[in-house]
Design a protein around this ligand. Structure first.
Ligand SMILES: Cc1cc2nc3c(=O)[nH]c(=O)nc-3n(C[C@H](O)[C@H](O)[C@H](O)COP(=O)(O)OP(=O)(O)OC[C@H]3O[C@@H](n4cnc5c(N)ncnc54)[C@H](O)[C@@H]3O)c2cc1C
Length: 292
């Protein structure tokens, strides 16, 4: 239940081990996170079909009833119309939402939580309690609930507790999703950039044009660069394909330091490597498409 990051990762793991998997997702796409570009969701859905993972988009689970060693799950379409779907399963994994830890006694020291229970902290990780810093998932989704974010926050909080004034920025946090194939993103999606009124350009290159992907036989997927039209500045990169989680590092560098598509295109990428897809996508964005 849930076609977000964890639901999709576990669908791939279980399907790879031979289980028949059905993913039920309330929204109209897999990985319906604002930071994940819709094109990645489309490619992932196609790959799920190839792997015989069934996907029920736009459905919510209304009931789940355990009978001996089976579970009967009833899923209904979100909104009006459409019939109920009945699924029979051996197990149901629930992959929706995370709640803040309670009972820490934070209010006793004056550390406030927001209305959903996440601890309030400024961008230097100071809570509303003097000398109390907070890091990690307890800060909630606005500060991005990922392991590497918690880790960086921990270092910054320790430095700030010792007198430093280090502020964290959350606009260039890479995110890696371990589906098959992997998905990795950093920065703005095309939709997010447009919502901010930015005139965006986009360039997409398929992994199949990359020699190393051909050698590895891992052809599914693509790289998409979203950039500001007037300056060429890289706003976001969205990868789905082999080793996307490793390849996003270069994109994180580009977004963090405001590099332009020409600067990425002028960077020499070793051959034959999957990293060439970043060079190809940047060249395409800069109007110098080579293989893509
Ligand atoms: C299934 C799953 C997959 C994930 N995959 C990834 C991934 O691939 N990459 C990634 O970057 N992030 C991933 N995440 C997110 C990542 O795990 C979290 O962002 C990260 O663990 C946050 O670290 P944290 O220290 O804030 O919290 P946690 O790692 O949750 O640590 C909090 C600890 O505090 C303990 N605790 C709670 N209450 C108390 C108490 N009252 N007293 C003492 N101890 C207490 C808990 O038992 C826990 O050990 C995943 C999360 C899930 C659920």
């Amino acid at each position: 239940v849930g076609g977000g990051v964890i639901g999709c990762e576990f669908a791939c793991i279980l399907a790879a081990m031979g289980s028949q998997v059905t993913v039920v997702e309330a929204l109209e796409r897999l990985l319906p996170l604002p930071s994940v570009d819709e094109d990645c969701s489309k490619v992932l859905l196609r790959e799920f079909k190839k792997r015989k993972i069934k996907v029920l988009l736009g459905h919510t689970v209304r009931s789940a009833e355990q009978t001996q060693d089976k579970i009967t799950i009833k899923a209904v379409p979100v909104g009006d119309g459409g019939g109920e779907q009945v699924l029979n399963a051996d197990k149901m994994l629930v992959c929706i939402g995370r709640l803040p830890t309670s009972g820490l006694g934070l209010s006793k020291v004056g550390a406030l939580r927001d209305r959903r229970g996440w601890v309030v902290a400024d961008d230097q990780l100071r809570t509303t309690a003097p000398d109390v810093f907070a890091i990690g998932d307890i800060l909630g989704p606005e500060k991005i609930m990922l392991a590497h974010v918690a880790s960086v926050e921990g270092i910054a909080a320790a430095e700030n507790a010792m007198g430093a004034q280090r502020s964290l920025r959350y606009d260039a946090v890479p995110s890696a999703i371990f589906t098959i194939p992997e998905v990795a993103t950093v920065g703005l999606s095309e939709a997010q950039a447009k919502e901010r009124g930015i005139e965006v350009g986009r360039a997409t290159v398929l992994f199949r044009v990359i020699g190393k992907a051909q050698v590895m036989g891992e052809l599914a997927g693509e790289a998409k660069i979203v950039y500001e039209n007037c300056s060429g500045r890289v706003l976001g990169v969205h990868l789905i394909g082999p080793h996307a989680a490793d390849l996003i590092a270069e994109a994180a560098l580009a977004v963090t330091h405001g590099l332009t598509v020409s600067q990425v295109a002028d960077t020499i990428h070793a051959h034959p490597t999957l990293a060439e897809i970043m060079g190809e996508a940047a060249m395409k964005a800069a109007g110098r498409a080579l293989h893509g």
